[in-house]
Ligand binder design. Sequence first.
Ligand code: PLP
Length: 413
Amino acid sequence: MNAAPDALSFDALRYRADFPLLARRINGKPLIYFDNANTAQKPQAVIEAVDTFYREHNANVSRAVHTLGAEATSAYEGARDKLARFVNAPSRDEIVLTSGTTMATNLVAYSFALPRLRPGDEILVTTMEHHANIVPWQLVCERTGATLKAAPITPQGELIVERFIEMLTPRTKLAGVVHVSNVLGTINPVRELAKACHARGIPLLVDGSQAAPHMAIDVQALGCDFYALTGHKLFGPTGTGMLWARREYLAAMPPFFGGGEMIRTVSFDGTTFADPPHRFEAGTPNIAGFAGLGAALDYVESIGRERIAAYEHELLEYATVALKSIPGLRLFGEAKHKAAVLSFLIEGAHAHDLATLLDQEGVAVRSGHHCAHPLMKFYGVPATARASLAFYNTRAEVDAFVAAIARVRKLLG
Ligand code: PLP
């Protein structure tokens, strides 16, 4: 197999050394962490940023004029600047800091969709969505009499784009698509979908949770209207994330949460609200977390997302060939454009048994429905095991993983 030149020059072992947890042994074996789609490990730079925040800068944001308050505000607002650059947003004011993707999709559901939906209206998503891009829409549909529809996929795990486009009707008020599927690894053609949506006046939301850690994101080039991501999969702390939305949509959205930090004036006769993005950031946020997320973005940028994507693609190809050579192994998701996620089952074995036995071998993979019940239903299985790779994983780990599966297969008999 020919690796891309960038992939060959990529020194995963060098980056791996930046992640203290990856040096652990699990059950007496070197840890092979293949659960990156669930949450990614944190580099020293992120751990230090959180630690330094609490040791040296801790204060609340925006409320205090003292030095520490200014430092905390600058760490928090600095993360907004970095996120804006990270996704190439036209303006930092279009970045709402959230606790993750789930908060971001709920914000769009309650502030954007709920006031606009009428009985008979529709929201269109795809069969491969994570529940975070399904359940918020169901909740607002229930309240309004609107309907949630799902565009079909092929057995290889690719969205049937023509069907998605046909399912956009004059009743469709919003469309949503996952950029990279957390189960199948499929990379969806967001630009094409955005064009089709816009030709019909429909805004498109993109769930970028699994794309952001693995490829360059440019919301202007993608042409979507909302883009959500979550910090903990991006090597940052849990409880951090963002929603990017076009300025005109944010400006027209009422607040979803109320409280401190999001108002201009409050009286018992009525309250006026701050401009976006602060209008959507009520209460004390995860300030230390955003200090850490800022460090995570710097770290990822210092490696280069094109290089990460090239290396991971090569690793994916290597792992795919290796897994397919295992007798009785069924791979879920063989899209042409794919990120390094490998969902699989082995004949006669339950996904949880596989994951438990692999853990004995020091290999961390996830098993379950991956918060994608409709997708499991499509494939007619209750669960899969999933290996999801990151730039700090290596071919040697893939080899050890495949050898571990061979031993597990014997045990399962
Ligand atoms: N969307 C996708 C595709 C995901 O993989 C996940 C997390 O697994 C989410 C949304 C939810 O992210 P969070 O729980 O961080 O809000």
